[in-house]
Design a binder for this molecule. Structure first.
Ligand code: SAM
Length: 349
């Protein structure tokens, strides 16, 4: 812990954050996986041979433990938080937790990533609690295909959730589509048109080799450059100035009249490791400094041996200091070192 910067008591802004890694990146964005459980079984999360063993309730960090961690992180300069999972909205009493998070003053920005299945029920409360942005994962606009990808016939319910989120004032509502060749890549134009004809923001995400069970292969992977080339005939992609809410996506409008935006998230072909500001906390309480590296720091063990807040801060800092310079996934794949074995349902994407 640098002696010149006290982290006790006062909250720090990102400008004087103590959460700086060895490559001079300031880590200001914490992603919490609230549960490994999900009401969908998306084919990139669930192994071909079937279900994954679920964590027991006591394996998950409790809301009290999570709040302690978030308060400690905020006191070190963390300002942005994302709730993910599994499906964050299936965790019991999730709104009580969200309301307690929202009461943490220095936490400027709380967001959620959801599959949208329960959004009709929760959108209003999430908005009232002060959640600033919603990302919804949507990998197909075709109800039957949606059911095949997710294992649940609930496209209409998700679409209602999207509409509800818009109607209660979330703007923009972002849709994330993982592009998989032979699975949904024939819908690129339909998704792009959606971003032109509505205020929805659509972001194409490159499929990543995560999880021993992932169906990722060089054949299913489609690069952002290829996606752009395939949209060429639809109209001009006009670059838009990146706003703070765009994250790692490069953003465009499909034609000058487009109502929404179109984004490309390219973790493999144009990785953004040099400006990565993220730390992840998995649903079983492991700090993960890089999505695509399996090294984790066991924060749950620290919490459960009755630690002080200072020890939480030290553990957060140690995890930040262990952050690799980059994921090197292209080289790892080239040299057949393999992908990464973490489970997205526990890490949270
Ligand atoms: N249940 C929530 C949802 O569906 O948005 C949050 C968790 S889910 C793991 C978060 C998102 O991670 C997925 O919808 C998908 O966009 C992304 N994701 C999962 N596996 C991926 C992979 N192999 N490559 C790229 N993105 C992936």
């Amino acid at each position: 812990m640098p002696a010149s910067k006290s982290v006790t008591g006062t909250a720090l802004s990102p400008e004087n954050s103590v959460l700086t890694d060895l490559f001079d990146r300031t880590i200001s964005y914490l992603r919490l996986s609230l549960t490994d459980r999900c009401n969908l079984k998306c084919l990139y999360c669930v192994p071909e041979e079937g279900g994954l063993p679920k964590l027991e309730q006591e394996d998950l960090l409790s809301y009290e433990e999570l709040l302690r961690v978030v308060r400690a992180a905020v006191s070190m300069g963390m300002t942005k938080l994302r709730l993910t999972g599994g499906e964050p909205l299936v965790r019991r009493n999730v709104m009580d937790f969200v309301n307690q998070l929202a009461a943490i003053k220095q936490l400027r920005d709380i967001r959620i990533t959801t599959n949208g299945v329960l959004l009709s029920r929760y959108a209003e409360d999430l908005r009232a609690a002060g959640i600033s942005k919603i990302n919804i994962s949507l990998d197909s606009l075709q109800p039957e295909r949606f059911a095949r990808i997710t294992g649940a016939d609930c496209f209409a319910q998700v679409w209602q959730g999207i509409e509800k989120a818009r109607s209660v004032g979330f703007a923009p509502v972002k849709l994330n589509m993982v592009v998989m060749r032979g699975v949904n890549d024939d819908e690129l134009a339909d998704f792009a048109r959606l971003s032109r004809d509505t205020e929805l923001h659509v972001r194409f995400i490159e499929f990543m080799p995560i999880g021993a069970s992932s169906r990722w292969s060089k054949d299913t992977y489609v690069s952002s450059d290829e996606i752009k080339a395939r949209l060429y005939d639809l109209g001009e992609l006009i670059p838009v100035h990146r706003s703070e809410t765009d994250g790692p996506a490069s953003m465009f409008r499909l034609g000058a009249e487009a109502k929404g935006k179109l984004g490309f998230i390219s973790p493999l072909s144009h990785h953004f490791c040099d400006r990565c500001n993220r730390l992840r906390l998995t649903s079983e309480g492991m700090l993960r400094a890089c999505l695509l590296h399996d090294a984790e720091t066991d924060l749950r063990a620290v919490l459960r041996r009755g630690c002080t807040d200072e020890e939480i801060r030290e553990t957060l800092l140690a995890a930040v200091r262990s952050k690799p310079q980059g994921h090197r996934m292209e080289e790892r794949l080239r040299e057949q070192e393999g992908g990464c074995h973490g489970r997205m349902s526990r890490i949270g994407g």
